[in-house]
Write a protein that binds this ligand. Sequence first.
Ligand SMILES: NC(=O)c1ccc[n+]([C@@H]2O[C@H](COP(=O)([O-])OP(=O)(O)OC[C@H]3O[C@@H](n4cnc5c(N)ncnc54)[C@H](O)[C@@H]3O)[C@@H](O)[C@H]2O)c1
Length: 336
Amino acid sequence: MSKIAVLGGGGWAIALAVLLDDNKHDVTIWSALEKEVQALTNDRENKNSLPGIIIPDTIKITGDIDSAVKDADMIVMAVASSFVRKTSALLKGKIKDNQVIVNVAKGIEDGTLYTMTDIIEEELPGCNACVLSGPSHAEEVGRKIPTTVVIGAKDLETAKYIQETVSNNYFRAYVSPDIIGIELGGSLKNVIALAAGAADGLGFGDNTKAALITRGIKEISALGIAMGGHARTFSGLSGIGDLIVTCASMHSRNRRAGILIGQGKSLEEAVEEVHMVVEGAVSAKAALALAKKYNVELPIIEQVNEVLFEGKPAKDAVMELMNRQYTSEHVDMLWK
Ligand SMILES: NC(=O)c1ccc[n+]([C@@H]2O[C@H](COP(=O)([O-])OP(=O)(O)OC[C@H]3O[C@@H](n4cnc5c(N)ncnc54)[C@H](O)[C@@H]3O)[C@@H](O)[C@H]2O)c1
């Protein structure tokens, strides 16, 4: 049995806490938001983010980060990506060498262009920061629906420890050394999900969705490989796997925001209506800056940026993508 602190009180934090409690670990949920701590304590449920999933009495809920992380073997970073830096900063001076931090937030930081484990390591130098990612909606994990994820860690021993801690008969974790590839797949799929949603909002069909998914993973892998990720990671769970689930499901807030944008709403209106952080919008800007830095062409992500931040109608963006100069599907695949 491990002692585990789950930081965050949203849908993913609750689903993971319940999973870890199912696996007989000693779990504490911590949130920085007093109202959230109150509501979770009173209702034993997050009625907004994950209604119907009851938090068992064996799970402790607290607003005191010191008691949550003290002697924890594993700390799960499950806050929204824009709060990972602030939350990591709260952990300064509290983390010991033997504690593992598992990031599950998905995003790239505006300005620094850091991934979430980059941020954690900058705030907590020398810590053991890992990542868990893949096609895993909280709504489904909470209902114990068979799910697979991948864990990225710096060493096999840590990866295996996390794998054994989280896995059970409805949650199967694989391991990988490719932290950067896993994190980029998880962050950039949200940008493509905005495009896929917009295509749905415009009334396009399955062909368009499949085009965005397959050409989208091409962009994600081009940037990811340039940044040091392994090519095969992008055809795995945290790459194409997460992209498929995010582009196809109504559980995805990024896709839902995209649908509204495709129907003619602005980003601000869509965010207001979805009523949740739309991480893909932050990651879209960051991806474009990374593309410049690494000299990689990202046509879909470029168009998403123009639609989100320059008021370009989604339909014009699709037309521009369709009318780009004709090219090979794989430019490095040549005729003999
Ligand atoms: N929901 C899912 O199905 C799912 C699945 C895989 C990964 N993720 C990723 O996990 C992360 C959390 O997802 P979620 O759906 O639970 O997100 P969420 O938007 O519900 O927020 C999570 C939590 O972040 C914390 N938070 C919000 N505002 C804060 C503030 N001002 N200060 C400090 N903390 C604050 C709160 O505890 C909140 O409950 C995201 O990065 C998401 O991309 C989510």
